[in-house]
Design a protein around this ligand. Sequence first.
Ligand code: SF4
Length: 956
Amino acid sequence: MFKFLSRAPLHDATATAPAAVRETKTTTCYMCACRCGIRVHLENGALRYIDGNPNHPLNQGVICAKGSAGIMKQVSPARLTQPLLRKPGSERGAGEFEPISWERAFELLTERLQTIRSTDPKKFALFTGRDQMQALTGLFARQFGTPNYAAHGGFCSVNMAAGMIYTIGGSFWEFGGPDLDRAKLFVMIGTAEDHHSNPMKIAISKFKRAGGRFISINPVRTGYSAIADEWIPIKPGTDGALFMALLHELIAHDLIDRPFLERFTNAPQLVILDECDREGLFAFDPDPTKGPPGDGRHPHNKLVWDLPSQSVRAAYPEGIADGCEPALEGRYTLPDGTRVAPAFQLLRERVASCTPEWAAAITGIAADRIRKLARELGDTALKQAFELPIPWTDAWGKVHPTTQARPVAFHAMRGLAAHSNGFQTVRSLAVLMSLLGTIDAPGGFRHKAPYPRHIVPNYRAFNDPDLIKPNTPLNTAPLGFPASPEELAVYADGSPIRIDHAFSWEHPLSAHGLMHNVISNATKGDPYRIDTLLIFMSNMAWNSTMNTLAVREMLNRKHADGQYQIPFLVVCDAFQSETVAFADLVLPDTTYLERHDVMSMLDRPVSEFDGPVDSVRVPVLPITGQCKPFQEVLIELASRLEFPAFTTAEGTRKFKDYPDFVVNFEAQPGIGFLMGWRGKDGTEHLRGAPNPNQWAMYAKNNCVFQHHLPESMHYMRNWNRAYLDFAKDKGWRQKNDPVQLAIYSDTLQSFRLAAQGKSTGRQPPDHLRQRIATYFDPLPFWYPPLEEACTDLAAYPLNAITQRPMAMYHSWDSQNAWLRQIHSHNYLQVNPLTAKAAGIDDGGWCWVESQWGRVRCMLRTSEAVEPGTVWTWNAIGKADGAWQLAPGSDEARKGFLLNHLITEELPFATASGASGTISNSDPITGQAGWYDVRVRIRPASADEADETFPQVNAHG
Ligand code: SF4
């Protein structure tokens, strides 16, 4: 009977509702890479809301808009829920798929990968986006036997990581950061909203309340900068010039920490000046038992000049013994007649011409302001210094009764890094911090375990082409830190081993690979053709690539016989991104609320200044549809392909699933993915046998393990005897020797010597000699971004940059029903003076043109951007119909990507007549030069459509 004919009430207001079952579970957020602890509140098993976990050390209960909007990610209509195979006969990009079972997907993949692995393993390429499991993905590639692996770092911030690590042994974000509890002056450069979001907000708010002074240096005043005491606008790509001028001023006014430089850096170490095969390298004791320094393996066999005795001494231990006064300045002659100078003398000479006036013309910052800033930095570091009553002993046995604070803290990120001059810029900042003595010092920059690393870290990238063999794991990981030309991944003729050309002479120190060049190189077959490209969680057909339209075309490009130039494309993602439509095989990933994950000390933990911290995600919701965590996919494939590390001696499968792998895999005895609750009964921490109940222990303890080091290990960890011994014992470093700061980089010089033909050993191809010789300068320097050399700067007078909005994390969140209400489309933000000069009104449509492409978009005027720069939020614009957004949504009609204006390759020519193209990247690290593009703007005409250009349909 129909209800409306019934006598029964439609709704009985007096009835008692069945008691709701409410539960709260803890896990770790993944709405951005910050990794805050969260509480997930469930009612009858369904997600009701998410808040911050007050018992988590990282965010202490704070949650941001993104974090609380996780519920909308979970129920997003864009979720992929079953494996999909491209329909026979359909074109890539059309998004025509048929559902298949996981078993069929595994069969397909296993068969294909088995064939590749047993013939030519390098024909499989695995590139992952902003994942947090590189210890696993890297292991998978290594066990497969392919060098063609990297995560997203090459197009994100590898310059920040490498520039700092090659100079001070650590870097910002999860590797270290500003000690705002003790700083008096905080200088933030090139950072809007970053990866350390909630902790940074908490720290800045405390710092400001305590009376600290906060200066933001940035072309744009957004994000954290909104509450800075002072905003110093700067032109993009010129930060290095500012740092060089600050170095000039600090040295000229002796506002430097000389005792620190003498004892804890290579500033006093003697550099050979004579022309020879060791020109520009450090002089050393020829005793054959000590070995030459330079490749990171004998870093301490160097010399200093002792001023009282006017004689040469070994840098260690005599050079730091009481009574020795190593010279920082001057030029000297060794007993064998070799002319030498302390590294600091060369730095002093380098910055002599970098006056504030010189920098003012480049940066747009007035010379007087630069002078004032230098004085403020020096005065705060040296004259407002204080000591903490924390005794510590250095690596050479000297007991320091107190710990010296240097209360100037810096923080910098992608604004410095994403330029083709970013490595040297970041290096100049690290040298500046070192001169102020503010490295792992109270109030300054502080490391987080497992940092500091050695300089150069003892992780060498795979580099021997003869060791790429069928059915054989590589002898080492695909990624690492080269210390000399001998460690490059090149063939005998100097050509690249890797598909992305990482660790080649084009980009020797590309520690994170060059994901942004994989598709172009694979399409060209440069240096060879691959068979299968597996992309995880990266939107390479849209916002994660330069030159978006061309890359989409490349994904579809075919040979004359009709075969795709990239024969098989596998995409694993949780959402229907623009890239999914191009896949031959789609693997549906879970959300972060449905799976296990680790933020591991083997990878990228969430450590705090006072000790290591790792954390996990545990499933708090059942898996949606047939989704499967990518980690499980890798474990399954590794087991089916019988990788040695995943197979028992009897030939059977070693790990049941990913949680089992995390618990039982040991990188070395007692060291696994998780450091908490180890040992059979869970009573051992940091090191111990696998514990079968480890996941349960984490789940019971807010999904986080924190180890507090004793106070004597909180600072000066590059040289802190107790910490160095402890870190070695816990497997965080191979040796317990000190990490002297590299004011002068003999590593860079070794590449330059090869390029100049002065050293024996590996030599670059001739067409790259000049490039290497120019940019591998052992001292920091500033040069204009490379794109400027091929740009008519008068025709394209403006810099164009993007920033990540505080409310969204890349393309993930511009489909989130809550967050879309904050930004459903983006504008080009332009200074009112610049807009007026171009004749464009606030809210008007305009064209933005570079020499590579053009977009039409809406303009907003803003005083919070310097007049020579235009900018927009990244990744909000969408292809029409992608991410299951309704056709004609704001994201597609009004949103736009700046990526259309950026090229992934630059023309390349040499004096000897060679020409071609080369990645639009930093010549040292391969970091994508996202922020180097130059543009002009003009009004759109009245008869043009009120929609962005180009309009792209997600399905062809
Ligand atoms: S900052 Fe990032 S990790 Fe933290 S709550 Fe927000 S989205 Fe989540």
